[in-house]
Design a protein around this ligand. Sequence first.
Ligand code: ZN
Length: 421
Amino acid sequence: MTVASLDGTCPNCGGLTPRIFHSIAGVPVNSCLLFNDRQRARDLECGNIDLAFCSDCNFIYNAQWKPEQTTYSEQYEETQQFSETFANYQREQVQELLDRYSIFGKEIVEIGCGKGEFLSLLCELGSNRGVGYDPSFVPARKGADHSGAEFKREFFTAETKQRAPHLVCCKMTLEHISQTRAFVGAIRRIASPERGTIVCIQVPDVRRILAEAAFWDVYYEHCSYFSPLSLQHVLRHAGFDILRTATSFGDQYLTIEARAVQPDSRSLDAALEAQTQNLAGAVAAYDDAVSRSVARWSHLVRSTAASGGRTVLWGSGSKAVAFLAAVKAEAEIEYLVDVNPYRWGKFVPGSGKQIMPPEFLSQYQPDLVIAMNPIYAQEISAALRDVGCRKAILHCLEGESLKSSTGGHTERGLYSTTSAI
Ligand SMILES: [Zn+2]
């Protein structure tokens, strides 16, 4: 385990004692940018990751992160909407959120709205008016959207002028922000206690990343990693009352809903303090667990190649970029597969591997398919059958800790799906 003290203070709580516990050198600074040219994809700048843990608020962050090294533009392709599994999940989330807080005929702001699918649904299903902020929004992709939502291709900042809405959503965005305390403060400035503004924040749950030693979920674009305690801490400090804390999407996502109130200084309750200890233990074990996990996956890919087999990754986003950077399977993996047509034919940062449509596999006939997210296992199995991939073994990126909960090795039609190797 790497332990080093830091000069800086915790960007989430101002605490003075963050410690570095895991380091990764030379990773692509961006993992969702796509390139038309292999060499340009390989030439993308690299950065370093020093994961630091603040024991005061449970926050984890990359102490080496530099804001000038990130780019969010039209080239940034992050949507998961082309997966039926994800589209269904998103629709359920929207309906539950609207029902829980009676958001009908009201005003909504989404910060980091991506290509706008979530905000459009919030507006359509609740007859709401919406404003979305994201520099990577692409007007041409709006297509048949009739929600009336307005999209601003700009970052939301402390200077943004915006009338207080009834609901603020900030989904899969705060993990890209380094100064989280200041950013949540900026959200609070457009929230109104009088209007009862609800804020809904969703981020990856770092508890699962630590428990699974999920090295594929740690990458440069994500400079901030939250557990319930650190997210609740920053929201309370800014002047929100926590209404609900939940995990979803196979415990991968952490969602907190809160209401704007006048700032108070309530102490954290005992249940939350207990989680601090748990996370400190997981933090201490993470470095060694990652080494073992990387070695296991390297062995699987190399032994497949040694016996003449072909391996492809299913999924070409940040997890795939992080996986390839860690496992270093330059010679053993040639292609990535994705269901998002905007990714086909493009090259991913770092390894410069090419992204192909699922149909490509009918001629390529891989022996091993590694799914970047276990939640898509059934969808991927069905797609492999559809394209006539008769001999492929499907493995999903999951940690050892999930072995018992999923029953380990299971057979699904022609394909054996294992939760761990
Ligand atoms: Zn802190």
